[in-house]
Design a protein around this ligand. Structure first.
Ligand code: 13P
Length: 251
């Protein structure tokens, strides 16, 4: 059975004190959520402090991006996955649509970052998803398959144990428009088939596929009821302790 993952992507929100308060406030509210993995992704400057404050809890800490390599060098502004591990992270979100759209992320850089993240012993949350125009023109499946085939290229079966895939249709992010549970299921099944073709059935059956895009306390249960939806990557609703806790503790 695939253990569900509920991850909160805080994007570029919260000063350090706010990040710490949210993380510390979350701890008791999700302490009994034993049947799922809980991850939060604060900004870089809050990672170490938040990770320290969450030590011994059931909440893991993720970065929102990383460098394409672990070797130290002259790469101004970059942060290597080994440095994120050093700061207390266990996960890295890679290839979020906002990075693809506004910061030049490509499937090739996603692939390098994913390899570097795994080499550092971290879990990569690899994001894929189509734009509205791609869905409307009937190309959503091929766009997502290409993102996966290039993004996950060269990963071994053992590497794939450290991969979580997040399907985030770009048209559903921050818009209040959620994919219907049927749309999510259809794409998640397609993602699993794509992974089966590239990495085999065992890997495809084991890999967790999260849905992201306007996940809220009132739609998490129906999304999670879909066979191939193994969790959620939550943006806006992860910023408040109560709403994120009620997503984690969905019934
Ligand atoms: P929202 O939940 O705010 O739509 O954001 C989704 C997302 O981008 C998570 O990574």
């Amino acid at each position: 059975m695939r253990k569900p993952v509920i991850a909160g992507n805080w994007k570029m929100y919260k000063l350090l004190s706010e990040a710490v308060n949210t993380a510390v406030g979350l701890k008791p509210l999700v302490a009994n959520a034993n049947d799922c993995e809980i991850v939060i992704a604060p900004v870089f400057t809050a990672l170490k402090t938040v990770a320290d404050r969450l030590e011994g809890s059931n909440i893991r800490v993720s970065a929102q991006d990383c460098a394409t390599q672990n070797e130290f060098g002259a790469h101004t502004g970059e942060i290597a996955p080994v440095m994120l591990k050093d700061a207390g992270c266990s996960h890295v979100i890679i290839g979020h649509s906002e990075r693809r759209q506004f910061y030049g992320e490509t499937d090739e850089s996603v692939n390098k970052k994913t390899h570097a993240t795994i080499a550092a012993g971290l879990v990569a949350i690899v994001c894929v998803g189509e734009h509205l125009s791609e869905r409307e023109s009937g190309n959503a499946n091929s766009v997502v398959a290409e993102q996966l085939n290039t993004g996950l290229a060269g990963l071994t079966v053992a590497d794939m144990e450290r991969i979580i895939i997040a399907y985030e249709p770009v048209w559903a992010i921050g818009t209040g428009k959620t994919a219907t549970p049927e749309q999510a299921q259809e794409m998640h099944a397609h993602i699993r088939q794509t992974v089966a073709a590239s990495h085999g059935n065992d890997v495809a059956n084991a890999v967790r596929i999260l849905y992201g895009g306007s996940v809220k306390p009132d739609n998490i249960a129906t999304l999670m009821s879909q066979t191939d939806v193994d969790g959620a990557l939550v943006g806006g609703a992860s910023l408040e302790v109560e709403s994120f806790a009620s997503i984690v503790n969905f019934k």
